[in-house]
Design a protein around this ligand. Structure first.
Ligand code: ATP
Length: 217
């Protein structure tokens, strides 16, 4: 028999993973959206360790973790979780979800992701296990999300052909990507006058203090 939940035990638990290189305003908006719309008791934000699907070398994990602390600052129920960067070897979402399932017995798990990740979902390692463990909660993204993406672009990804179950989040499009932030800092993109338009002020300060992204990667 499943033990009765203790008072205060999280019943609805979110996992939001990403490279967060760096975290930006859309990440924060996504966290706020899922906390409210999914009525989460806790949202784990997990910077990836060795991301198996990213081809570029990521900024050292300590910096990405510190920027996440600043990006999600003040959001109640958000827990910045270092477990994937502390894990040796590649980070797989299936492993992290299995750990969360053990940590919160009986809780309902939600995996938060953007449309680009949903479209690539069947290339994920052990994706059926991920689906068995968590409900996918998806925010749409603009069609073009590269370094020179137009922030005002209103054309979003068509998700109508997706044949896996997911919950669609109701969030306005934020056409920001970490790629665009990095390009802006190293001077390739002059589209934005100010870094604060792309990332929360604490993240902008951190990037500047630590001279991150000044050379193209
Ligand atoms: P990069 O440009 O380096 O690929 P990114 O901006 O996609 O990075 P990630 O850290 O890879 O940022 O994203 C973490 C998660 O947040 C992913 O599920 C991604 O789809 C989602 N996400 C990122 N930016 C947005 C956005 N503008 N709208 C909706 N979801 C987003």
């Amino acid at each position: 028999m499943t033990p009765a939940p203790q008072p205060g035990t999280p019943r609805r638990v979110g996992m939001f993973g990403g490279a967060f290189d760096p975290p930006h305003w859309a990440h924060r908006a996504l966290a706020e959206t899922v906390l409210a719309q999914l009525r989460l008791d806790v949202l784990h934000v997990l910077p990836t360790g060795q991301a198996w699907h990213k081809t570029r070398a990521l900024t050292p994990a300590g910096h990405r973790l510190a920027m996440c602390e600043r990006a999600f600052e003040g959001l109640p129920k958000v827990c910045i979780d270092p477990r994937e960067i502390e894990r040796t070897g590649p980070s797989y979402t299936a492993d992290t979800l299995a750990e969360l399932a053990r940590q919160y017995p009986g809780a309902e798990l939600f995996l938060v992701l953007g449309a680009d990740q949903l479209l690539a979902f069947k290339s994920w390692v052990r994706w059926p296990e991920v689906l068995a463990l968590a409900t996918l909660a998806v925010a749409n993204r603009a069609l073009h999300i590269g370094a020179d993406a137009d922030p005002a672009q209103r054309l979003e990804q068509d998700l109508s052909g997706i044949d896996i179950p997911f919950v669609r989040l109701d969030m306005p499009l934020h056409n920001i990507s970490a790629t665009a932030v990095r390009a802006h800092v190293h001077g390739q993109s002059r589209r934005f006058p100010d870094l604060d338009v792309l990332v929360p002020a604490g993240v902008a300060r951190y990037i500047s203090d630590h001279h991150l992204y000044e050379t193209p990667t």
